[in-house]
Design a protein around this ligand. Structure first.
Ligand code: DC
Length: 224
């Protein structure tokens, strides 16, 4: 079977990374989580003490930043000036920062160039918001993975609780999800949008295994 490039887009908490990682494993493909790259930009700005309105400073900081994506034993790690920040970028405040900085076209252009360079080296599964519409418009399979906001907030809350019990509450998670939905879909440059040729998959009432099965069936359909 020929390896495919698969683009999985969708809103925060739809399960993209879990599904993309599992599908990539099963198909023996590399998995690139592009959200981690915008999160690294957000972490950089937060650490610099900027606020989201400091657009000129954010552009200058990201422009000169040394951000790198490396695959170690098949797992993606993001580096900021040689520091592995893969864990630090998972904090809820960094989710909001990532959404804020990702609305800036100059930031996106730098990340998209890195994403396309990685995709040019091998077929892969890439997830994000604009992969099927902008980063890899020629991807063989495009999935738009979504779920109801309350379901996405519940899943994200359970994930955060498992990592750090009592660190956040469901209402805050739902508020962040709604904020990011609005901002990620509403920005002018490469917004979150279903590509015309993407398959819509609503995972609200599906298990992870069922969602993976559907993506694998779609991939198989393209390979025969
Ligand atoms: O997928 P995630 O939750 O890790 O993404 C964090 C933020 O990064 C998300 O709210 C919007 C932004 N993002 C983006 O604009 N484009 C992408 N391809 C991936 C993420």
């Amino acid at each position: 079977m020929n390896p495919l490039t698969i683009a999985i887009d969708g809103p925060a908490g739809a399960g993209k990374s879990t599904i993309a990682k599992t599908v990539a494993n099963k198909l023996n493909l590399l998995y690139l989580d592009t959200g981690a790259m915008y999160r690294t930009c957000g972490l950089l700005c937060q650490r610099a003490g900027l606020s989201s309105g400091d657009v000129e400073q954010i552009i200058a900081l990201v422009d000169t930043a040394n951000i790198d994506v490396r695959f170690e034993h098949g797992d993606q790690h993001v580096y900021l000036d040689e520091e592995d920040v893969s864990e630090a970028i998972r904090k809820p405040e960094i989710s909001v920062w990532a959404s804020d900085v990702s609305a800036i076209p100059e930031v996106r252009l730098k990340m998209v160039a890195m994403q396309r360079a990685i995709a040019a080296r091998q077929p892969l599964v890439m997830d994000g918001r604009d992969i099927g519409t902008y980063v890899l418009p020629d991807a063989e399979l495009k999935i738009f993975l979504t779920a109801r906001p309350e379901v996405r907030a519940r899943r994200r809350f359970a994930e955060l609780e498992a990592k750090a019990p009592g660190s956040t509450c469901y209402d805050d998670v739902l508020r962040d999800i709604n904020y990011r939905d609005q901002q990620d879909s509403g920005r002018l440059f490469a917004p979150l949008k279903q590509a015309a040729d993407a398959v819509l998959l609503d995972s609200s009432d599906l298990s992870i295994a069922e969602t993976v099965e559907q993506v694998l069936a779609l991939a198989k359909g393209l390979q025969v």
